[in-house]
Design a protein around this ligand. Structure first.
Ligand SMILES: Cc1cc2nc3c(=O)[nH]c(=O)nc-3n(C[C@H](O)[C@H](O)[C@H](O)COP(=O)(O)OP(=O)(O)OC[C@H]3O[C@@H](n4cnc5c(N)ncnc54)[C@H](O)[C@@H]3O)c2cc1C
Length: 383
C-alpha cells in the first residue's frame, strides 16, 4: 500500500492520519512544534486548570458525523459558551440580544425597538448586522448603527487591522444579532469540551500502530517539490502528501508572503476562584486587547486560583510571530489562488486545514474537511 506523509499534527492532520491508519495505510505525521494538537494544544497547569496557550478553543458543532468521530477519542463535559461585551464599562451579552437591548437603552425606547424588531424580523430570528443596517425601517437602521458602532466597528478594527467593510461579509455575519433572549454564543446542537482537554483527545486520535508521530521536525528541512514530483530527504517520494502548514512556505514564498493576523497573549494566574462574570469578555469600545478569557470557566469546577489571558491582535511578521488568522479580503483570496495553481502541479500533494487552505475554520470543520478529503483520496487510490 502507498505510504502517507502528513505535515502538521493539528486537528486536520491528526484526523487524516487516523482515517488512513484505520484503513491499513502506514502514516508518518510530522510537526515542527514539540507538541501535537496544533493551535488546540492545551495542558494542565499546577493548579489543575486546563490552559490553552494558543488562545481559547471551544468545541461546538452541528455535524453529527464529526461529533461521533471525536467521541471515539474523548469523554465530553457539557459546556455552553457565554460571552459578554464590555461596552463603556457595562457588561452585556454577545451576540447582541434582547437582554443587551434592555440593558443599554431606556425602558420605553428598548420596548419600542423590541416591538419593531419582532414585527419586522420575527421573534427568535438571528440577523446579520449588515442586513440590519440596510433595513428599510429607519428605527431599525438607527438601532443597527448603534450595535455596529458599539459591538463591531472598534473590535473588528482591533482584531483585523481593517474596517469591517474592508473584510468579507462572512466575518461580520459570524456574530449575528439575536431577536430573542438566547444568550449562548453558539447555538449548535453539540456543545462540549473534551473532559481532559484537546491534547489528550488528539493523543488518542494518533495512538495507532500504523501512525508514526515525529515532533520537532520542520517539513521544509526534509521535503521538497520539483517539476510535479515530491522528494523526501532528496529521494523521490511516491506516496501521498497531506500538507496542513502555510502554503506560501511550502512553495518557498515564490509569489510572496500571504498576509495573516497574529496574536500576542498575556497570561496571569489570579489568586481568586473567579475573575470575571463570563468565560470570555470582549472589549468592544475600549482597551488595546480584544478580549479576556478565563480558562477555569470552560471546564474546571471553581479552584482557589484562576487563569486569565488578555489577547492582543498583531500584524503577522514572517519568522517573528505565529500566523493565526488568514485575512479574508477579496485581494487575498486572489493572492492565495496563485499558490493553489502551484499545488495543482503535484498530483499527490493535498492541501488541508486552516493554513494550507488559507481560510479560518472551526475545529469541527477541520475534522469534516479532513474526512471529505480522505474519501476523495481513497477513491483515487482505489481506481
Ligand atoms: C485564537 C484562536 C481561537 C480559536 N478558537 C476556536 C474555537 O473556540 N472553536 C473552534 O472550533 N475553533 C477555534 N479556532 C480554530 C482552530 O484553531 C482551527 O480550527 C484548528 O486549529 C484547525 O486545525 P489545523 O490542523 O488545520 O491547523 P493547526 O491547528 O494550526 O495545525 C497546523 C499544524 O501544522 C504544523 N506545521 C505548520 N507548518 C509546518 C511545517 N513546515 N512542518 C511541520 N509542521 C508544520 C503546525 O506546527 C501546527 O501544529 C481558533 C483559532 C484561533 C487562532
Amino acid at each position: 500500500m502507498k505510504k502517507v506523509i502528513i505535515v502538521g499534527a493539528g486537528l486536520s492532520g491528526a484526523t487524516m492520519a487516523r482515517l488512513f491508519a484505520d484503513d491499513g495505510y502506514e502514516v508518518t505525521i510530522i510537526d515542527k512544534r514539540d507538541t501535537y494538537g496544533g493551535n488546540a494544544y492545551d495542558y494542565k497547569d499546577r493548579n489543575g486548570i486546563i490552559v490553552q496557550p494558543y488562545g481559547p478553543h471551544i468545541f461546538h458543532t452541528n455535524e453529527k458525523v464529526v461529533f461521533d468521530f471525536l467521541s471515539r477519542f474523548t469523554e465530553w463535559d457539557k459546556y455552553e459558551h457565554r460571552v459578554l461585551a464590555n461596552i463603556k464599562g457595562k457588561l452585556v451579552p454577545v451576540p447582541f440580544n434582547l437582554t443587551s437591548l434592555e440593558m443599554l437603552f431606556a425602558k420605553d425606547k428598548a420596548e419600542r425597538i423590541k416591538e419593531i424588531l419582532i414585527k419586522e424580523i420575527g421573534l427568535d430570528k438571528k440577523v446579520p448586522i449588515l442586513k440590519l443596517k440596510e433595513h428599510e425601517n429607519k428605527e431599525i437602521r438607527d438601532f443597527a448603527e448603534f450595535v455596529y458602532q458599539n459591538i463591531f466597528y472598534f473590535y473588528t478594527k482591533k482584531q483585523w487591522g481593517f474596517k469591517p467593510e474592508e473584510l468579507g461579509e462572512a466575518v461580520m455575519n459570524r456574530v449575528p444579532v439575536y431577536v430573542s433572549y438566547e444568550d449562548r454564543y453558539f447555538t449548535d446542537e453539540y456543545q462540549y469540551m473534551p473532559q481532559n482537554g484537546f491534547t489528550e483527545m488528539v493523543s488518542n486520535i494518533l495512538r495507532h500502530p500504523k501512525i508514526q508521530l515525529k515532533l520537532g521536525r520542520d517539513a521544509g528541512k526534509v521535503l521538497s517539490l520539483k517539476d510535479g514530483e515530491i522528494y523526501l530527504k532528496g529521494q523521490l517520494f511516491e506516496g501521498e502528501l497531506i500538507y496542513t502548514g502555510c502554503v506560501d512556505e511550502l512553495f518557498n514564498y515564490c509569489h510572496g508572503v500571504l498576509p495573516y493576523r497574529s496574536l500576542k497573549f498575556k497570561f496571569k494566574t489570579k489568586k481568586c476562584s473567579s475573575y470575571q462574570k463570563a468565560a470570555v469578555v470582549n472589549f468592544t469600545t475600549s482597551h488595546r486587547f480584544t478580549r479576556i478569557s478565563e480558562f477555569s470557566k470552560f471546564t474546571c469546577p471553581p479552584q482557589k486560583k484562576t487563569v486569565i489571558v488578555k489577547e492582543y491582535s498583531k500584524k503577522f511578521k514572517k519568522d517573528k510571530n505565529i500566523p493565526y488568522y488568514p485575512i479574508p479580503t477579496e485581494s487575498n483570496a486572489i493572492f492565495y489562488q496563485k499558490y493553489v495553481e502551484e499545488a495543482k502541479k503535484y498530483k499527490h500533494l493535498h492541501l488541508l486545514g486552516r493554513l494550507a487552505n488559507y481560510k479560518y475554520i472551526n475545529m469541527d470543520i477541520a475534522v469534516k474537511n479532513a474526512m471529505e478529503l480522505y474519501e476523495k483520496i481513497k477513491d483515487n487510490l482505489e481506481d
